[in-house]
Structure formats: C-alpha cells, structure tokens
Design a protein around this ligand. Sequence first.
Ligand SMILES: [Zn+2]
Length: 182
Amino acid sequence: MAARYAYECPECHSTIELSTTQAGQQLTCAGCSAVITAPKLGVIKGLPAVGGQSATPARQGRAPKSGSPLKSWLFTGGLLLAVLGGIAGSAAQYRANEFRVDIDFDAAVAKEMDLIDSHSPAEIYGIAVESTKDSFALEYSEVPYRTSNIKSGIIQWVAWTCFGVAGVGLLMLLGSFFVKNQ
Ligand SMILES: [Zn+2]
C-alpha cells in the first residue's frame, strides 16, 4: 500500500490523506466538500506521513456530494406543498365557481321598474298577487343567489389560501436549488 500523507484542507482545515499518486489532482474534501487541488509530488512527500489505513480518504475528482438536510427538507416539503396545495386549490376553485351566480341585481331592479312603467295599475296588482305565490317568489327572490354567492366567496378564500400554500411550496422548491450541499 502506498504511503499516505496528512494534508490540511485550505477551506476547513480538516486533515485530508493524500497518496503521491494524487499529486496535482482535483479532490473533494470529505470534511467540507470543497474542490481543492492536491499539491505537487515534492510538496506531498514533505507532508507528515500517515500510518495505516485512512478513516476519511480524500475522494478522487468530483465525487458525488452528500445532500444537505435543509436542501432535501426544502425540496421534499416544497414539492409536497406545491402539489397538495395545487390540487386542493383547484378543487376548491371548481366548487367556488359552481356556487357563484353571476346576476346583475341592479339590472334586475331596472327591469322591474320597466315592468311597472309599462303596465297599468290593475296589471301590476295582478303581478303583485301572483308574486305572493311561492313559485313566483322563489323565482324572483335574490336570497338563494345571495346565499350561494356567500358560499362561493368563502370557498373562494379557501381556494386562494390553498394556492398561497402551493406558492410557498414552489418558493421552497426553488430555494432548495440554491442551498449548497454539505
Ligand atoms: Zn475541507
């Protein structure tokens, strides 16, 4: 087995064990993941020798980096929130659209005024009598529509909240790409 020499990582000052065959090569420090260039052969031979096998040998070249817990947490959590928030938000949005009734109440009132203008008092009386009947009242009452729109509004808020959560998830997902591996 080739002799190994103790080299101090310029980044984190942990000990990297080098063999003479690694002279001048690019290495990834096992301690801090910094990519460093091993010194020349003459310099390596001047370093203190290490006896026996190395517990943390320097990895050759650009070895795969170990993941950071924060990075994987952001990635997994963000993905989960984005997907679940998106699905829940879409479902809520669908329900909100179902409940929403687009009625222009001002236009309805104006139409009613036209009706009064264009009919004789006797006819209006007839309409008024007719309007006391349940079928007529239900058809023209604003109440069911208003109630439906209030429901729609509440569900709409739920949808927006879910979309907000999904947005936070997306930001976490994006942010995870900027977190450095350890
Ligand atoms: Zn290091």
